[in-house]
Design a protein around this ligand. Structure first.
Ligand code: MG
Length: 251
């Protein structure tokens, strides 16, 4: 699949899709408390998505059994919502969500600290979020994809964190995953040239320890190989003639 350039009309739909997803993320925040199960969060979130007239795009994607990926602590991404997983004080909770609005996908992830977390956990969260913002400084027409990857990787490297290499960001549109792939570390090639109308899901996944990850036997949950904490932050953005527009974060 080649990289798609969205028309004005498509951009309008992508924008609405992103804004609705931001609403879902924000709506879930009050529920991310000790005692709730990740299954219950998933149920509440799915209801929000459907009440907005949208479809959860993760549900049944490749057979994924939830509407949200909810990953705790050393789980990097793709945690399956479960009745056996209870949120506890001190957890790092990663909520990855996506929806389809009139055929157009949005995708965004946040990491939350529940109650008191360690200073190093707090820094990992903050740096991972900042990696996204460092990356999109280069998300401008005429630049190349690797400019974004380099900036994300360079910022995480300053803190000697492990940048996950086995999972990457992606183009997005009428499909959840479109070309191009967007690594969070520098590449040998400069990658595709950025053109107004491209919509991209940029998503640093950063570990406190080594960058290596493993897949659990549930075939979905990705964990850090060394058991260290991991953080994830993602937004769907639009390449414009000027500054990039963050479709899943308006405030
Ligand atoms: Mg994504």
């Amino acid at each position: 699949m080649s990289v798609t350039i969205k028309t004005e009309h498509e951009i309008e739909l992508m924008r609405e899709s992103g804004h609705l997803l931001e609403k879902v993320h924000d709506g879930l925040i009050p529920y991310i408390k000790p005692g709730i199960t990740t299954k219950e969060l998933d149920r509440i979130g799915e209801e929000m998505i459907r009440s907005l007239g949208c479809i959860p795009n993760f549900l049944n994607y490749g057979g994924f059994p939830g509407s949200f990926c909810i990953s705790l602590n050393d789980e990097v991404v793709h945690g399956i919502p479960s009745e056996d997983k209870v949120i506890r004080d001190g957890d790092l909770v990663k909520i990855d969500a996506g929806l389809i609005y009139k055929g157009y996908h949005s995708d965004a992830a946040r990491t939350y600290a529940v109650g008191e977390v360690s200073q190093e956990a707090r820094q990992l969260m903050d740096v991972t979020r900042q990696c996204f913002f460092e990356g999109i400084k280069y998300a401008k027409a005429g630049n190349h994809l690797n400019d974004i990857s380099k900036a994300i990787g360079a910022y995480a490297a300053k803190y000697h964190y492990g940048i996950v290499r086995d999972l990457v960001g992606h183009g997005i549109g009428t499909h959840l995953h479109e070309d191009p792939q967007i690594p969070n570390f520098p590449q040998k090639r400069r990658g595709v040239k950025l053109i107004p109308g491209m919509t991209l899901a940029i998503e640093p996944m950063i570990n406190l320890g080594c960058p290596d990850v493993a897949w659990l036997d549930d075939e979905w949950t990705v964990v850090t190989m060394d058991g260290s904490l991991s953080a994830h932050y993602e937004n769907t953005i639009l390449i414009t003639d000027g500054e990039p527009e963050i479709l899943t974060l308006t405030k």
